[in-house]
Design a protein around this ligand. Sequence first.
Ligand code: GTP
Ligand code: MG
Ligand code: ZN
Length: 275
Amino acid sequence: MRDENNNSHVLKARGKFRHTNESPVVGDRVIYDEKFITDILERKNILNRPPIANIDQTIIINSCAEPDFSFNLLDRFLLLIEHESIKPIIVVTKTDLMGEERLKDLKNKISYYEKYYRVIYTSTVTLEGTEEFKELFKDKISIFAGQTGAGKSSLLNVLDTNLNLKTNEISKALGRGKHTTRHSEMYELFGGLVADTPGFSKLDFFDIKVENVPDCYIDFFELSSQCKFRGCKHIDEPKCKIKEEVELGNILINRYTNYKTIMEEIKNQKPMYRK
Ligand SMILES: Nc1nc2c(ncn2[C@@H]2O[C@H](COP(=O)(O)OP(=O)(O)OP(=O)(O)O)[C@@H](O)[C@H]2O)c(=O)[nH]1
Ligand SMILES: [Mg+2]
Ligand SMILES: [Zn+2]
């Protein structure tokens, strides 16, 4: 734990936390005495997997290749992050692994997201884009999230050569990473705190209710007042502005198809897992 003078203290959580559902997690602001954390201050937000509180922004790391870029995964991350009201920043890394033409094509598709989110292209080999990170972290709590093997720890190592985080070859056989990072820890980086997180290979939505999904799609949300019905889910309803815009090609068809799949998936989640 760090105090206001940035001195570090090793403290135990008071026994009382064992009897409540709450226990201190990375990112918590706490009250403490000489030995114990006695109280946790109200949280702005909290992610459950991995458990981190008071996050200002999530840097979603997506690799161009190894593992392949996945719009499906990007949309899933965006949903989870928007649901917690955290600001997402999209990073596309390993640009060195993609030929010029294919990269141009990918950038073209991703440009849709640039209307709503900051997008940074980078590579730990060519160091493209690494300058852009220097202003990103000041006075903020940020987390690096993304698929295993996407290059989260590698990028952090390039941004601060003192970090020396463990990284690993991605498995050629599986075409994905091997969960090299096993826990979350905070590091100081360019005047802020950053947590590297273990990669995800599958994202679940057990904490999300189906009726909250449409508002987590900010591109849909912006247009939803033009749907005929209030609370339109943009699926079967007539005179739905979102469906019109998909047909006109103004909303990415893939994003809308993924949305329908995710809505269906959340609807079919076993109620015992639902909050
Ligand atoms: N060519 C290339 N390889 C990269 C780049 N960034 C990372 N890699 C490689 O990708 C592999 C996986 O990188 P990691 O940084 O361990 O990935 P991670 O996202 O931290 O993975 P987990 O800890 O499992 O979640 C390593 O072999 C890196 O050397 C890049 O920009 N270009
Ligand atoms: Mg890692
Ligand atoms: Zn609608």
